[in-house]
Design a protein around this ligand. Structure first.
Ligand code: HEC
Length: 332
């Protein structure tokens, strides 16, 4: 971890340094406190067990048992609030519950509290481990979601600034994040147009190539992406992995939905079809959804733009509002 290696030379002197730092800035204090709490110390067994339970539950798409995993991760956090990964996992569980609320028969208004808690835990995780750009991307998402709920423009701008940094830190991962959270904006808004543009840019980053925005040159795309990102850090963001076993399919499903929503259902069908090029497509639990999307692309232009009715579940939401807004990529 970068943060601790930076501070490692100071470690023997931490007690003095710590006291001196107290007098200087709160920021430095926070950094030293982290190093003091263990740096690369092994994670506690409770944290490792909680992760196991969370990831099993998540990869099964077992939303009904989310609460048990949340209790285990929260307990692990309370034992060791310096563990960035544990803090992030608590944040992700709150995000999952809020994001896939469409699974619930009735969505209580207080489901929005999960977004507030997600913000708290991702803020904590990215303070503890600023080198992990995924934490920052999810922190920004939570801030933007909360700003939307509160109609708080100042918070929205802060969220945008954090997101910009997150995209800079790891474009292949956070271009997706930035565009995905904004996909619920009206199709004719500038925010939505930009969000869709970010998905194109993500594909370009993953494949090291330029693409025209009508999908005329997608034939070699999947091969180019595999060639360009295999063996690099971007493989984790661009390709399928143990952590995100259907990342490619889920990415294309969302991007196809966004294109459909924009009105360009013809290009959407080409992007949806890229999901079928994934080596794991046959095992993807949501392939029926994708095939239905291809058949209904033209009709979905209207469906995906239907105005939401407060208190009512949308009948045919885009991926972000669906019951598989996380598990579309993460379910085995
Ligand atoms: C387009 C596909 C996609 C979607 C949708 C998606 N993720 Fe991910 N997720 C990924 C990828 C790719 C990674 C990076 C894996 C890595 O770092 O190796 C990731 C990483 C994660 C991790 C990292 C776990 C760890 O300990 O390293 C968690 C947890 C997670 N996502 C939760 C979520 C949640 C919750 C949602 C819904 C709000 C979500 N994801 C939506 C693709 C996706």
């Amino acid at each position: 971890m970068k943060r601790s290696s930076l501070l490692r030379p100071l470690q023997p002197f931490i007690p003095t340094a710590f006291i001196a730092a107290l007098a200087i800035t709160g920021c430095l204090v926070a950094g030293l406190a982290v190093a003091q709490a263990g740096g690369d110390a092994p994670r506690q067994p409770a944290a490792v067990q909680a992760d196991q339970l969370f990831l099993d539950t998540f990869h099964r798409g077992d939303y009904a048992h989310l609460q048990q995993a949340l209790e285990a991760e929260t307990a692990a956090y309370l034992r060791n609030p310096q563990d960035a990964q544990t803090a992030a996992h608590v944040g992700w569980l709150h995000m999952w519950r809020a994001a896939e609320r469409n699974r619930l028969e009735h969505t209580p208004p207080s489901i929005t509290d999960d977004l507030v808690l997600a913000r708290k835990y991702f803020a904590r995780a990215s303070a503890l481990d600023p080198a992990d750009a995924r934490f920052r991307g999810f922190l920004a998402s939570a801030m933007l979601a909360e700003a939307q709920l509160d109609r708080d423009d100042a918070l929205r701008q802060q969220g945008m600034a954090v997101m910009q940094q997150a995209v800079k830190d790891w474009p292949a991962f956070n271009l997706f994040t930035a565009g995905y959270v904004a996909s619920n904006q009206p199709a004719d808004s500038e925010g939505f147009r930009q969000a869709l543009e970010l998905q194109w840019q993500d594909l370009e980053v993953c494949a090291h190539t330029r693409l025209d925005r009508h999908g005329t040159d997608l034939d070699r795309f999947s091969q180019a992406m595999r060639g360009a990102s295999a063996g690099t850090r971007d493989a984790r963001a661009c390709l399928n992995s143990a952590m995100a076993p259907h990342n490619e399919e889920g990415f294309m499903l969302n991007m196809g939905d966004m294109l459909t929503k924009s009105g360009d259902w013809q290009t959407a069908t080409k992007i949806y079809a890229l999901a079928q090029r994934s080596p794991d497509y046959a095992q993807w639990p949501y392939r029926e959804v994708l095939e239905q999307r291809i058949r209904d692309a033209q009709a979905n232009v209207v469906a995906f733009n239907a105005p939401g009715v407060p208190g009512q579940k949308p009948a045919n939401p885009i991926m972000l509002g669906s019951a598989f807004s996380c598990t579309g990529c993460h379910q085995r």
